[in-house]
Design a protein around this ligand. Structure first.
Ligand code: NAP
Length: 250
């Protein structure tokens, strides 16, 4: 069993998740890097973690699939023999649409990946970390979005609603396990310069949104990772059920 604490990052291959993996390695964590399909990107993150002195593996798995989630956590058990943190980061957007244009299939996929996937991953983490289950404690950080507050009209209200669910889930789970040595918090990123915008058909969204952000710029994945690593760390030992806006004032 590794002596370093072990962090599982869902969607760790690109964007914010990859930045969390790299920052975690520099702060002494070993890292399980989950990815959906981009093996090369996940392998590059594994290489970066190892270069920073950490142990790392890439684990393929769709957080929209309950069987994949079970297998992912079993892979962490097998490889590391412990789990101390979960960054519940994997998430998707869809193409801009009005609510009255959204299909059932779109809504099912959005909620399955962004909401059910995050809840099922947190449940697996609690089964391993909670003192109620014989665990040694740990921390969960859920990745929400400022969309949960803004609602994202005419873009993706479904996505915004999925992130509002993450906010409520964070508060409820934090209180549920507060006496079990598990802290649960969330970060609400504003507009961050990653490939997620291109995946929703708006590749220039981060640049285009800059004038509407009080700080007049999009954020970086590294700026989100810094907030996540704080919430995972002992420096946040009395912080649970908190939702931290990292949004340039938006
Ligand atoms: P991104 O650049 O599109 O990266 C997405 C990551 O998630 C990739 O590692 C991808 O894996 C993985 N992924 C996608 N679907 C998955 C699934 N079903 N199962 C497992 N992994 C999956 O996204 P990002 O901008 O870093 O966003 C990360 C999180 O931050 C999301 O929850 C997003 O909603 C939230 N967020 C982002 C912003 C922003 O402006 N970027 C703002 C607010 C909140 P592959 O590499 O294998 O495809």
């Amino acid at each position: 069993m590794t002596q370093r604490p072990v962090l599982l990052v869902t969607g760790g291959s690109r964007g914010i998740g990859a930045a969390i993996c790299r920052a975690a390695a520099l702060q002494g964590w070993d890292v399980a890097v989950n990815y959906a399909s981009n093996r090369a990107a996940a392998d590059a993150v594994v290489t970066a973690v190892k270069a920073a002195g950490g142990e790392a593996i890439a684990i393929k798995g769709d957080v929209g699939d309950a069987g994949d989630i079970t297998a992912m956590f079993e892979a962490v058990d097998t490889h590391f023999g412990r789990l101390d943190g979960l960054a519940n980061n994997a998430g998707i957007v869809d193409a801009p649409a009005r609510v009255d244009e959204m299909s059932v299939e779109r809504l099912d996929r959005m909620m399955r990946i962004n909401v059910s996937g995050s809840i099922l991953c947190a449940a697996e983490a609690v089964r391993r970390m909670s003192s109620r289950h014989g665990g040694k404690g740990g921390a969960i950080v859920n990745i929400s979005s400022m969309a949960a507050i803004i609602g994202s009209p005419s873009q993706y209200v479904d996505y915004a609603a999925s992130k509002a669910a993450i906010d409520t889930f964070t508060i409820g789970l934090a209180r549920e396990v507060a006496t079990e040595a598990v802290r649960v918090n969330a970060v609400r990123p504003g507009v961050i310069d990653t490939e997620i915008h291109a995946s929703g058909g708006l590749p220039d969204r981060a640049r285009d949104m800059a004038p509407s952000i009080p700080m007049q710029r999009a954020g970086t994945a590294e700026e989100i990772a810094d907030a996540v690593l704080y919430l995972l760390s002992p420096a946040a030992s009395y912080v649970t059920g908190a939702i931290l806006n990292v949004s340039g004032g938006r």
